[in-house]
Design a protein around this ligand. Structure first.
Ligand code: FE2
Length: 364
C-alpha cells in the first residue's frame, strides 16, 4: 500500500469568525454544554481580535470576533455572516504536511511558523480550501498549554453540564454549480484523500430541489469531508440558498458524534437548540425500513431522531436548524451503531423538512 503522505490524527479545532464571540461563547456553553478553556484578546496581548476556545470531550470550537472594521475578520463576517473560517487538522509534522500539500498544488495561506510560550511550542501552517475556508495543520506534540501560544487558560463562569458530544464525525462543504468534482479532486490530489461515496441527484432529490454529493476521507478515516453542489430541480436547491446567503462556498454542517443520542438530544432541546422536524408518518414504517434496533421507537419519535441502516449496521441522527440568522451553518448529531454511511435513507424526509423551512423564509 502506498504510504499516506498526509497522516492526520483528526480534527484539531473548528474556528468560526462571528459577529459577537462573547455572546456566542455563552450560547455554546449554555445550549451545547461546552466548557470555556482558553481566551485570547487585548488582555493577552492580541490587539485586533477576541477568541474564545470551547471544548467538550474531543471537540474544540474557537469563536473569533474582530475589534475593528478594517480587518479581514470583519470583512469575512460582513460577507458570510457567522461562519467557519478554519477546519484545523491535528498532525505530527505541520511543516511536512504543508510542503507535501503545496507541492501537490494546494494554495498556501501561511507558511509553517513556530510559536511558543512557557508551555512549549506549536507549529502551524495553512492552505486554502473551498470558498474562503482554510485548513490549518497543527503540530502540538511539544505543547502542554490550554490551547495555543497567545491564549491563556480560562474557565466557564457558569456551571457547564456536557451533553455527551464526543468528537467531530464529519464536516460538510457546500460549493457552487459544477464545482463539486474540482474540490473532490483537490482532496484526492493535494491531500491524498479517497473518494468514499457518491450521491447523485437521483439519490437526493425531492419533488422540488436537488443536490449532488461526494464524500472524501483521509487514509485512516478520521477526517471525512462530504462536498455538496446544487443540482437543477423544480425550485431553488437548498445548496443554492446557502450559497446565496453565505456569498460563496463554505461549511454547511458539522456532524458531532455522541454515544447516547437520546440523552444528548433531549438535553439540547431542553436548553433551546432548535431541530428540523420530520412528520410523524416517518416513524410509521421505520422498523420495516431499518429492521431491529436497540432503542424504543417512542422516545426516538418524541425527539424526532432519524434512523438509517447500511451493510455494516445502523445510525441515529438529527439536524439542527441553522445556528445563526442566515440560513447557513448547522449541526448534525450522530450516533453510529456499526454504520459507516451518512443516512442516505433519510435524505428525502430530511430535505422535505429543509424545504419547509426554506419556504417559510421565502427562498423556495
Ligand atoms: Fe452529515
Amino acid at each position: 500500500m502506498q504510504q499516506d503522505f498526509l497522516p492526520l490524527n483528526g480534527t484539531d479545532y473548528i474556528e468560526f469568525y462571528c459577529g459577537n464571540a462573547k455572546q456566542s461563547s455563552l450560547f455554546y456553553q449554555n445550549c451545547f454544554g461546552y466548557e470555556l478553556i482558553a481566551y485570547a484578546g487585548p488582555e493577552t496581548g492580541v490587539m485586533d481580535r477576541s477568541s474564545y476556545v470551547l471544548k467538550q470531550d474531543k471537540v474544540r470550537i474557537v469563536l473569533t470576533t474582530a475589534l475593528h472594521q478594517d480587518n479581514p475578520i470583519s470583512e469575512h463576517v460582513k460577507k458570510h455572516g457567522d461562519g467557519v473560517k478554519v477546519l484545523a487538522l491535528w498532525v505530527d509534522d505541520a511543516t511536512k504536511s504543508y510542503e507535501e500539500t503545496v507541492k501537490r498544488g494546494a494554495q498556501s495561506v501561511e507558511a509553517p511558523k513556530t510559536s511558543s510560550d512557557e508551555h512549549g511550542e506549536v507549529v502551524t501552517a495553512s492552505i486554502q480550501t473551498y470558498g474562503e475556508t482554510i485548513h490549518t495543520f497543527v503540530e502540538r506534540k511539544n505543547y502542554r498549554g490550554a490551547f495555543l501560544p497567545g491564549f491563556e487558560a480560562r474557565k466557564s463562569l457558569i456551571d457547564v453540564t456536557p451533553v455527551g458530544l464526543k468528537y467531530v464525525d464529519h464536516c460538510v462543504g457546500n460549493v457552487g454549480w459544477g464545482e463539486m468534482n474540482t474540490w473532490v479532486e483537490f482532496y484526492e490530489r493535494t491531500m491524498g484523500f479517497n473518494l468514499l461515496i457518491t450521491f447523485d441527484d437521483k439519490d437526493i432529490s425531492t419533488d422540488y430541489t436537488a443536490l449532488m454529493s461526494k464524500v472524501v476521507s483521509n487514509g485512516n478515516g478520521y477526517v471525512k469531508f462530504p462536498i455538496n453542489e446544487p443540482a437543477e430541480g423544480k425550485k431553488k436547491s437548498q445548496i443554492e440558498e446557502y450559497i446565496d446567503f453565505y456569498n460563496g462556498a463554505g461549511v454547511q454542517h458539522i456532524a458531532i458524534a455522541t454515544d447516547d443520542i437520546l440523552h444528548t438530544v433531549s438535553e439540547l432541546r431542553k436548553r433551546g437548540v432548535e431541530f428540523l422536524m420530520v412528520p410523524n408518518t416517518y416513524y410509521d414504517d421505520l422498523l420495516d425500513r431499518v429492521g431491529e434496533i436497540d432503542e424504543d421507537l417512542q422516545p426516538l419519535k418524541d425527539l424526532n431522531i432519524l434512523v438509517d441502516r447500511d451493510d455494516e449496521g445502523y445510525l441515529l441522527q438529527i439536524f439542527t436548524k441553522p445556528v445563526q440568522d442566515r440560513p447557513t451553518v448547522f449541526y448534525e448529531i450522530i450516533q453510529r451503531k456499526g454504520a459507516k454511511s451518512f443516512g442516505k435513507g433519510n435524505f428525502k424526509a430530511l430535505f422535505e423538512a429543509i424545504e419547509r423551512e426554506q419556504a417559510l423564509r421565502g427562498n423556495l
